[in-house]
Design a protein around this ligand. Structure first.
Ligand code: GLN
Length: 314
């Protein structure tokens, strides 16, 4: 069977199964199985799949028909231009969450804050880290900007990052800690750190339970779906994302409430707290932040112009 035939048949089967992005999903699976690219495909779509590729491709099409998310088949999701390993133990990184990373990077670039932090360094905490996508991408871009991201040392083949060091004069340490309740999620977050060659510490904690010290920037995309709404989510999410990563309690706000109750003990004065929120939660979470003593509480929207991030300064 040629690549073109496989792609057409795959698309048709997914369409019949009612998969919204049938064509795109059939394409991504073809890319993963055969290693083709759009350019190669358009130059020679009559290239045959070998028997192993054909078997794998249609096995995956079969699983996708059953609503298994594409990312659980390929095992990866791109986020902030980086490839993250994913599995059914973590929330698949969403594009919506990139705005939280972008906000965090803007906050630390703020000239006044930057100057103040230049000597002390920047210590970042990510609550409910999941795959580690938020923390690892913030660290990666921050270190890159500071000229401190070097990746692997070619002569040693050893893992080498400059988290904790900085080549720039006056540049303090940048460190990152990610916590999660799920040990299995943490295993994956650590693997992502190793693969992306970004040094971060990941450990198990129920929010602040085992967290020590203070941080300059606390980030979190906690579970925020009201419990009763989970059964109405699309099957890929409802049946395949871990419920632990979705369920935000009766009104969806229980994690924000718990975090805000304790956060003052863990954030430096002048430090930032930035949350991802559900599109209808900006007013509630903003109000909760102001009552907890945060100033300059600001809402940011995602690309779909939905409220997606709330942040404030302590
Ligand atoms: N922080 C992770 C992410 O944004 C996991 C979030 C969660 O489990 N609710 O992908």
């Amino acid at each position: 069977m040629t690549q073109r035939e496989a792609y057409q048949k795959g698309t048709e089967r997914l369409r019949q199964a009612g998969i919204a992005e049938a064509k795109l999903d059939a394409w991504y699976l073809l890319e993963y199985v055969t290693g083709t690219s759009r350019a190669t495909y358009f130059a020679d779509s009559e290239k045959p799949l070998n028997p192993a590729e054909e078997e794998q491709y249609f096995e995956w099409i079969g699983q996708r028909e059953k609503r298994i998310p594409l990312q659980h088949l390929t095992g990866v999701q791109e986020f902030m231009g980086l490839d993250f390993l994913v599995n059914d133990q973590v929330l698949i990184p969403r594009q919506d969450t990139e705005i939280l990373v972008e906000t965090a990077l803007e906050l630390v670039r703020d000239p006044l804050w930057k100057k103040r932090k230049a000597e002390d360094g920047i210590h970042i905490l990510d609550l409910c880290t999941g795959s580690g996508c938020i923390l690892l991408s913030v660290l990666r871009f921050l270190l890159e900007e500071r000229g401190s991201f070097s990746g692997r040392r070619p002569d040693e083949g050893a893992l080498y990052t400059c988290a904790g060091e900085s080549s720039k004069p006056g540049g303090g340490k940048v460190t990152g800690v990610g916590i999660d309740l799920s040990g299995k999620a943490l295993e994956l977050a650590r693997k992502n750190g190793e693969r992306l060659q970004i040094q971060a510490e990941f450990y198990q904690s129920d929010l602040f339970e085992r967290v020590e010290g203070t941080y300059d920037l606390i980030l979190s995309n906690p579970p925020y779906i009201p419990t009763a709404e989970i059964s109405g989510l699309q099957e890929e999410v409802r049946a395949h994302d871990p419920v632990l990563a979705l369920d935000g309690g009766r009104d969806g706000l229980s994690f924000y409430r718990r975090i805000l109750k304790e956060v003052r003990g863990y954030l430096t004065v002048g430090g930032y707290l930035a949350f991802e929120i559900g599109a209808d939660q900006a007013a509630d979470v903003g109000e909760m932040m102001r009552s907890a003593g945060f100033r300059q509480v600001t809402v940011r929207q995602d690309l779909a112009e939905l409220d997606r991030v709330v942040y404030g300064i302590l």
